[in-house]
Write a protein that binds this ligand. Structure first.
Ligand code: GDP
Ligand code: MN
Length: 356
Protein backbone atom coordinates (compact mmCIF):
# COMPACT_ATOMS: atom_id res chain seq x y z
CA UNK A 1 0.00 0.00 0.00
CA UNK A 2 1.31 3.37 -0.97
CA UNK A 3 0.86 6.30 1.35
CA UNK A 4 0.06 9.72 -0.03
CA UNK A 5 2.82 12.25 0.54
CA UNK A 6 1.08 13.96 3.45
CA UNK A 7 0.52 10.64 5.25
CA UNK A 8 4.14 9.69 4.65
CA UNK A 9 5.21 12.99 6.15
CA UNK A 10 3.06 12.44 9.22
CA UNK A 11 4.91 9.18 9.70
CA UNK A 12 8.22 11.00 9.18
CA UNK A 13 7.34 13.43 11.97
CA UNK A 14 6.70 10.57 14.38
CA UNK A 15 10.21 9.38 13.70
CA UNK A 16 11.84 12.76 14.23
CA UNK A 17 12.38 13.53 10.56
CA UNK A 18 11.87 17.23 9.85
CA UNK A 19 9.22 18.10 7.29
CA UNK A 20 7.95 21.49 6.09
CA UNK A 21 4.99 22.94 7.93
CA UNK A 22 1.94 21.69 6.01
CA UNK A 23 -1.86 21.34 5.84
CA UNK A 24 -4.00 19.07 3.66
CA UNK A 25 -7.09 20.54 2.04
CA UNK A 26 -9.79 19.11 -0.15
CA UNK A 27 -12.07 22.14 -0.54
CA UNK A 28 -11.42 25.71 -1.52
CA UNK A 29 -12.92 27.13 1.65
CA UNK A 30 -10.28 25.36 3.71
CA UNK A 31 -7.58 27.47 2.08
CA UNK A 32 -8.62 30.38 4.30
CA UNK A 33 -7.96 28.36 7.44
CA UNK A 34 -4.40 27.50 6.44
CA UNK A 35 -2.13 29.18 8.97
CA UNK A 36 1.01 29.09 6.89
CA UNK A 37 2.60 32.34 5.65
CA UNK A 38 2.98 32.82 1.89
CA UNK A 39 4.66 31.83 -0.37
CA UNK A 40 3.11 28.35 -0.46
CA UNK A 41 3.94 25.18 -2.33
CA UNK A 42 0.72 23.50 -3.43
CA UNK A 43 1.15 19.81 -4.07
CA UNK A 44 -1.40 17.51 -5.72
CA UNK A 45 -1.74 14.36 -3.60
CA UNK A 46 -1.62 11.36 -5.91
CA UNK A 47 -0.02 7.97 -5.61
CA UNK A 48 1.72 8.04 -8.99
CA UNK A 49 5.25 9.41 -9.31
CA UNK A 50 6.59 12.31 -11.36
CA UNK A 51 4.07 14.89 -10.17
CA UNK A 52 6.51 17.76 -10.47
CA UNK A 53 7.11 17.09 -14.14
CA UNK A 54 3.38 16.58 -14.75
CA UNK A 55 2.59 20.03 -13.32
CA UNK A 56 1.25 18.78 -10.00
CA UNK A 57 3.50 21.04 -7.88
CA UNK A 58 2.79 24.78 -7.96
CA UNK A 59 3.83 27.86 -6.02
CA UNK A 60 1.43 30.54 -4.77
CA UNK A 61 2.41 34.03 -3.60
CA UNK A 62 -1.01 35.05 -2.25
CA UNK A 63 -4.57 33.84 -1.64
CA UNK A 64 -5.79 34.87 -5.08
CA UNK A 65 -3.13 32.76 -6.77
CA UNK A 66 -3.73 29.95 -4.33
CA UNK A 67 -7.43 29.78 -5.22
CA UNK A 68 -6.64 29.70 -8.91
CA UNK A 69 -4.05 26.96 -8.45
CA UNK A 70 -6.45 25.03 -6.23
CA UNK A 71 -8.93 24.79 -9.14
CA UNK A 72 -6.19 23.89 -11.60
CA UNK A 73 -4.82 21.09 -9.46
CA UNK A 74 -8.22 19.69 -8.49
CA UNK A 75 -9.22 19.45 -12.16
CA UNK A 76 -6.05 17.67 -13.02
CA UNK A 77 -5.59 14.00 -13.71
CA UNK A 78 -2.03 12.85 -13.22
CA UNK A 79 -1.29 9.69 -15.18
CA UNK A 80 -4.98 8.83 -14.99
CA UNK A 81 -5.27 9.50 -11.26
CA UNK A 82 -7.73 12.13 -10.07
CA UNK A 83 -6.52 14.68 -7.53
CA UNK A 84 -8.67 14.65 -4.40
CA UNK A 85 -6.45 16.41 -1.89
CA UNK A 86 -3.85 19.13 -1.98
CA UNK A 87 -1.00 19.51 0.46
CA UNK A 88 -0.15 23.13 1.23
CA UNK A 89 3.31 23.77 2.59
CA UNK A 90 5.59 26.63 3.40
CA UNK A 91 7.92 27.11 0.45
CA UNK A 92 11.44 26.12 1.32
CA UNK A 93 14.58 27.81 0.10
CA UNK A 94 16.30 24.76 -1.21
CA UNK A 95 20.10 24.96 -1.22
CA UNK A 96 20.75 21.36 -2.11
CA UNK A 97 18.64 18.37 -3.12
CA UNK A 98 19.75 14.91 -2.04
CA UNK A 99 18.08 11.57 -2.60
CA UNK A 100 17.76 9.02 0.21
CA UNK A 101 15.85 5.78 0.40
CA UNK A 102 15.62 2.36 2.00
CA UNK A 103 14.30 -0.39 -0.15
CA UNK A 104 13.55 -4.08 0.32
CA UNK A 105 15.85 -5.62 -2.25
CA UNK A 106 14.44 -9.04 -2.97
CA UNK A 107 17.27 -10.01 -5.30
CA UNK A 108 19.95 -9.60 -2.62
CA UNK A 109 17.57 -10.57 0.20
CA UNK A 110 18.76 -7.52 2.09
CA UNK A 111 17.76 -3.95 2.56
CA UNK A 112 19.32 -1.42 0.29
CA UNK A 113 20.14 2.12 1.31
CA UNK A 114 20.42 4.43 -1.66
CA UNK A 115 21.83 7.90 -1.49
CA UNK A 116 22.47 10.39 -4.23
CA UNK A 117 24.15 13.78 -3.80
CA UNK A 118 21.88 15.01 -6.59
CA UNK A 119 18.24 14.30 -5.92
CA UNK A 120 15.14 15.94 -7.35
CA UNK A 121 12.95 15.25 -10.30
CA UNK A 122 15.70 13.86 -12.53
CA UNK A 123 16.91 11.16 -10.19
CA UNK A 124 16.76 8.44 -12.88
CA UNK A 125 19.34 10.33 -14.92
CA UNK A 126 21.74 10.31 -11.94
CA UNK A 127 21.86 6.53 -11.65
CA UNK A 128 25.65 6.27 -11.79
CA UNK A 129 26.12 8.73 -8.94
CA UNK A 130 23.93 6.77 -6.55
CA UNK A 131 25.69 5.21 -3.56
CA UNK A 132 24.15 1.81 -2.85
CA UNK A 133 24.72 0.16 0.49
CA UNK A 134 23.36 -3.24 1.41
CA UNK A 135 22.08 -3.58 4.94
CA UNK A 136 21.86 -7.06 6.38
CA UNK A 137 18.40 -7.44 7.92
CA UNK A 138 19.73 -9.45 10.87
CA UNK A 139 22.35 -6.85 11.75
CA UNK A 140 20.48 -3.69 10.82
CA UNK A 141 21.83 -0.25 10.01
CA UNK A 142 25.27 0.34 11.54
CA UNK A 143 27.42 3.46 11.91
CA UNK A 144 29.78 2.21 9.20
CA UNK A 145 26.91 2.22 6.70
CA UNK A 146 26.14 5.80 7.58
CA UNK A 147 29.74 6.94 7.08
CA UNK A 148 29.19 6.54 3.36
CA UNK A 149 26.75 9.47 3.28
CA UNK A 150 27.22 13.15 4.30
CA UNK A 151 27.19 13.93 8.00
CA UNK A 152 24.25 16.31 7.71
CA UNK A 153 21.86 13.51 6.66
CA UNK A 154 23.06 10.61 8.84
CA UNK A 155 20.60 11.30 11.59
CA UNK A 156 17.71 11.35 9.13
CA UNK A 157 18.93 8.13 7.55
CA UNK A 158 18.98 6.39 10.93
CA UNK A 159 15.45 7.59 11.67
CA UNK A 160 14.22 6.64 8.21
CA UNK A 161 15.63 3.15 8.66
CA UNK A 162 13.80 2.75 11.97
CA UNK A 163 10.58 3.90 10.28
CA UNK A 164 11.21 1.49 7.42
CA UNK A 165 11.62 -1.51 9.74
CA UNK A 166 8.93 -0.72 12.26
CA UNK A 167 6.30 -0.13 9.58
CA UNK A 168 7.12 -3.15 7.41
CA UNK A 169 7.97 -0.97 4.44
CA UNK A 170 8.92 -2.07 0.97
CA UNK A 171 10.18 1.44 0.30
CA UNK A 172 10.78 4.59 2.31
CA UNK A 173 12.09 7.37 0.10
CA UNK A 174 12.88 11.05 0.53
CA UNK A 175 13.37 12.85 -2.76
CA UNK A 176 14.34 15.56 -2.47
CA UNK A 177 15.93 15.44 0.93
CA UNK A 178 16.45 19.18 0.92
CA UNK A 179 19.06 21.27 2.66
CA UNK A 180 17.28 24.47 3.60
CA UNK A 181 18.82 27.14 5.82
CA UNK A 182 21.60 24.69 6.52
CA UNK A 183 19.25 21.99 7.81
CA UNK A 184 18.13 18.71 6.28
CA UNK A 185 14.39 18.48 5.74
CA UNK A 186 12.17 15.99 3.89
CA UNK A 187 10.55 17.95 1.04
CA UNK A 188 8.78 14.87 -0.32
CA UNK A 189 7.78 11.47 1.04
CA UNK A 190 7.17 8.15 -0.64
CA UNK A 191 6.32 5.22 1.59
CA UNK A 192 5.11 1.79 0.47
CA UNK A 193 3.94 -0.67 3.11
CA UNK A 194 4.01 -4.41 2.49
CA UNK A 195 0.35 -5.36 2.01
CA UNK A 196 0.89 -8.62 3.84
CA UNK A 197 1.82 -6.68 6.97
CA UNK A 198 -1.02 -4.15 6.88
CA UNK A 199 -2.88 -5.95 9.65
CA UNK A 200 -0.06 -4.95 11.98
CA UNK A 201 -0.62 -1.26 11.22
CA UNK A 202 -4.26 -0.41 11.81
CA UNK A 203 -3.16 3.15 12.61
CA UNK A 204 -2.08 3.88 9.05
CA UNK A 205 -4.59 5.78 6.93
CA UNK A 206 -6.13 3.61 4.22
CA UNK A 207 -6.12 5.70 1.10
CA UNK A 208 -8.89 4.56 -1.14
CA UNK A 209 -7.98 6.76 -4.06
CA UNK A 210 -7.28 3.63 -6.06
CA UNK A 211 -10.78 2.30 -5.48
CA UNK A 212 -14.05 3.25 -7.17
CA UNK A 213 -17.04 3.92 -4.89
CA UNK A 214 -18.44 0.45 -5.65
CA UNK A 215 -15.08 -1.18 -4.97
CA UNK A 216 -15.02 0.61 -1.63
CA UNK A 217 -18.49 -0.68 -0.81
CA UNK A 218 -17.39 -4.18 -1.81
CA UNK A 219 -14.33 -3.99 0.41
CA UNK A 220 -16.50 -3.04 3.37
CA UNK A 221 -18.73 -6.04 2.68
CA UNK A 222 -15.76 -8.36 2.22
CA UNK A 223 -16.49 -9.09 -1.45
CA UNK A 224 -13.63 -9.39 -3.97
CA UNK A 225 -14.79 -6.93 -6.61
CA UNK A 226 -12.77 -5.10 -9.26
CA UNK A 227 -14.17 -2.78 -11.90
CA UNK A 228 -12.69 -3.05 -15.38
CA UNK A 229 -13.17 -1.28 -18.70
CA UNK A 230 -15.66 -3.60 -20.37
CA UNK A 231 -19.41 -4.18 -20.01
CA UNK A 232 -19.70 -7.82 -18.95
CA UNK A 233 -20.01 -8.49 -15.25
CA UNK A 234 -18.28 -11.73 -14.33
CA UNK A 235 -19.27 -13.64 -11.21
CA UNK A 236 -17.46 -16.85 -10.44
CA UNK A 237 -16.28 -18.73 -7.40
CA UNK A 238 -12.57 -18.56 -6.78
CA UNK A 239 -10.18 -15.92 -8.11
CA UNK A 240 -8.65 -18.43 -10.51
CA UNK A 241 -11.95 -19.34 -12.12
CA UNK A 242 -12.98 -15.68 -12.26
CA UNK A 243 -9.77 -14.78 -14.08
CA UNK A 244 -10.06 -17.77 -16.39
CA UNK A 245 -13.59 -16.60 -17.22
CA UNK A 246 -12.29 -13.13 -18.13
CA UNK A 247 -9.67 -14.78 -20.34
CA UNK A 248 -12.33 -16.91 -22.02
CA UNK A 249 -14.38 -13.79 -22.72
CA UNK A 250 -11.33 -12.25 -24.34
CA UNK A 251 -11.16 -15.18 -26.75
CA UNK A 252 -14.58 -14.15 -28.05
CA UNK A 253 -13.80 -10.41 -28.01
CA UNK A 254 -15.93 -9.90 -24.93
CA UNK A 255 -14.73 -7.32 -22.44
CA UNK A 256 -15.02 -7.93 -18.71
CA UNK A 257 -16.50 -4.98 -16.82
CA UNK A 258 -16.48 -6.41 -13.33
CA UNK A 259 -14.47 -9.13 -11.65
CA UNK A 260 -16.50 -10.55 -8.78
CA UNK A 261 -15.19 -13.54 -6.91
CA UNK A 262 -17.75 -15.23 -4.68
CA UNK A 263 -14.98 -17.14 -2.96
CA UNK A 264 -15.97 -20.37 -1.30
CA UNK A 265 -19.35 -19.13 -0.13
CA UNK A 266 -22.71 -20.63 -0.94
CA UNK A 267 -24.51 -18.60 1.69
CA UNK A 268 -27.59 -17.27 -0.16
CA UNK A 269 -27.40 -13.95 1.70
CA UNK A 270 -23.83 -13.39 0.52
CA UNK A 271 -24.73 -14.37 -3.04
CA UNK A 272 -27.62 -11.93 -2.98
CA UNK A 273 -25.32 -9.19 -1.74
CA UNK A 274 -22.87 -9.95 -4.54
CA UNK A 275 -25.60 -9.65 -7.16
CA UNK A 276 -26.82 -6.40 -5.64
CA UNK A 277 -23.35 -4.95 -5.95
CA UNK A 278 -22.99 -6.26 -9.48
CA UNK A 279 -26.33 -4.71 -10.51
CA UNK A 280 -25.13 -1.31 -9.31
CA UNK A 281 -22.22 -1.53 -11.75
CA UNK A 282 -24.83 -1.70 -14.55
CA UNK A 283 -23.21 -4.31 -16.79
CA UNK A 284 -24.76 -5.07 -20.16
CA UNK A 285 -24.78 -8.76 -19.33
CA UNK A 286 -23.79 -10.84 -16.32
CA UNK A 287 -21.83 -14.02 -16.79
CA UNK A 288 -22.12 -16.43 -13.88
CA UNK A 289 -19.58 -19.21 -13.94
CA UNK A 290 -20.16 -21.51 -11.04
CA UNK A 291 -18.18 -24.56 -10.15
CA UNK A 292 -19.51 -26.37 -7.13
CA UNK A 293 -16.79 -28.32 -5.40
CA UNK A 294 -17.60 -27.80 -1.77
CA UNK A 295 -19.93 -24.99 -2.76
CA UNK A 296 -23.46 -26.28 -3.31
CA UNK A 297 -24.88 -24.93 -6.57
CA UNK A 298 -28.46 -25.04 -5.32
CA UNK A 299 -27.85 -22.80 -2.33
CA UNK A 300 -26.10 -20.31 -4.61
CA UNK A 301 -29.17 -20.49 -6.84
CA UNK A 302 -31.35 -19.68 -3.85
CA UNK A 303 -29.41 -16.45 -3.28
CA UNK A 304 -29.79 -15.51 -6.95
CA UNK A 305 -33.53 -16.10 -6.87
CA UNK A 306 -33.91 -14.07 -3.69
CA UNK A 307 -32.12 -11.23 -5.45
CA UNK A 308 -34.20 -11.52 -8.62
CA UNK A 309 -37.47 -11.61 -6.70
CA UNK A 310 -36.59 -8.41 -4.91
CA UNK A 311 -34.92 -6.38 -7.67
CA UNK A 312 -35.67 -5.88 -11.30
CA UNK A 313 -32.45 -6.73 -13.09
CA UNK A 314 -32.28 -5.01 -16.45
CA UNK A 315 -29.63 -7.20 -18.02
CA UNK A 316 -29.54 -10.89 -18.94
CA UNK A 317 -27.59 -13.44 -16.88
CA UNK A 318 -25.75 -16.16 -18.73
CA UNK A 319 -25.08 -19.02 -16.34
CA UNK A 320 -22.84 -22.00 -16.55
CA UNK A 321 -23.36 -24.18 -13.52
CA UNK A 322 -21.29 -27.27 -12.79
CA UNK A 323 -20.64 -29.42 -9.78
CA UNK A 324 -22.48 -30.37 -6.64
CA UNK A 325 -26.27 -30.29 -7.07
CA UNK A 326 -26.01 -28.68 -10.51
CA UNK A 327 -29.22 -30.26 -11.77
CA UNK A 328 -31.25 -28.91 -8.90
CA UNK A 329 -29.70 -25.47 -9.36
CA UNK A 330 -30.39 -25.38 -13.09
CA UNK A 331 -33.97 -26.46 -12.49
CA UNK A 332 -34.45 -23.71 -9.90
CA UNK A 333 -32.96 -21.04 -12.13
CA UNK A 334 -34.86 -21.82 -15.29
CA UNK A 335 -36.75 -18.71 -16.29
CA UNK A 336 -34.29 -16.53 -14.38
CA UNK A 337 -31.11 -17.06 -16.35
CA UNK A 338 -29.89 -18.20 -19.74
CA UNK A 339 -28.38 -21.56 -18.86
CA UNK A 340 -25.54 -22.88 -20.99
CA UNK A 341 -23.67 -26.16 -20.82
CA UNK A 342 -20.01 -25.42 -21.31
CA UNK A 343 -17.51 -22.81 -20.24
CA UNK A 344 -16.82 -21.97 -23.91
CA UNK A 345 -20.47 -21.62 -24.71
CA UNK A 346 -20.95 -19.34 -21.71
CA UNK A 347 -18.13 -17.03 -22.78
CA UNK A 348 -19.31 -16.97 -26.39
CA UNK A 349 -22.90 -16.18 -25.44
CA UNK A 350 -21.95 -13.46 -22.95
CA UNK A 351 -19.53 -11.85 -25.41
CA UNK A 352 -22.27 -11.83 -28.03
CA UNK A 353 -24.80 -10.20 -25.69
CA UNK A 354 -22.14 -7.71 -24.61
CA UNK A 355 -21.62 -6.38 -28.11
CA UNK A 356 -23.43 -3.14 -28.94
P1 GDP B 1 7.51 14.76 -7.25
O1 GDP B 1 7.73 15.34 -8.60
O2 GDP B 1 6.22 14.01 -7.19
O3 GDP B 1 8.64 13.91 -6.79
O4 GDP B 1 7.34 15.98 -6.23
P2 GDP B 1 8.33 16.66 -5.19
O5 GDP B 1 7.62 16.90 -3.94
O6 GDP B 1 9.61 15.91 -5.09
O7 GDP B 1 8.62 18.07 -5.86
C1 GDP B 1 9.24 18.17 -7.13
C2 GDP B 1 10.24 19.30 -7.12
O8 GDP B 1 9.60 20.52 -6.79
C3 GDP B 1 11.34 19.14 -6.09
O9 GDP B 1 12.39 18.34 -6.55
C4 GDP B 1 11.77 20.56 -5.87
O10 GDP B 1 12.73 20.95 -6.83
C5 GDP B 1 10.49 21.36 -6.10
N1 GDP B 1 9.96 21.73 -4.80
C6 GDP B 1 9.09 21.04 -4.02
N2 GDP B 1 8.87 21.69 -2.86
C7 GDP B 1 9.61 22.81 -2.90
C8 GDP B 1 9.83 23.90 -2.01
O11 GDP B 1 9.30 23.98 -0.90
N3 GDP B 1 10.68 24.88 -2.42
C9 GDP B 1 11.30 24.85 -3.62
N4 GDP B 1 12.12 25.83 -3.94
N5 GDP B 1 11.14 23.85 -4.48
C10 GDP B 1 10.31 22.84 -4.14
MN1 MN C 1 9.83 13.80 -5.20
Amino acid sequence: MKLLEYAGKELFKKYGIDTPKGRVVSSKGELHNVDIPFPWVMKAQVLVGGRGKAGGIKFAENMEEAEKIFDELMNMEIKGEKVRKILIEEKLNIEKEYYLSFFLDRSSREYLMMFSPEGGVDIEAMAERVIKTNVNPLIGLQPYHLRRIPKEVRNIAANLFRLFIENDCELAEINPLAISNGKAIAADAKVIIDNNALYRHPELPKEDVELTPLEKEAREKGIAFVQLDGNIGVIANGAGLTMATLDALNEFDGKGGVFLDLGGTDDPAKVKQAFELMAKAKPKVILLNLFGGITKCDTVARGIIEFMEEHKLDCPVVARIKGMNEDVAREMLSGYVIAVESFQEAARKAAELGRD
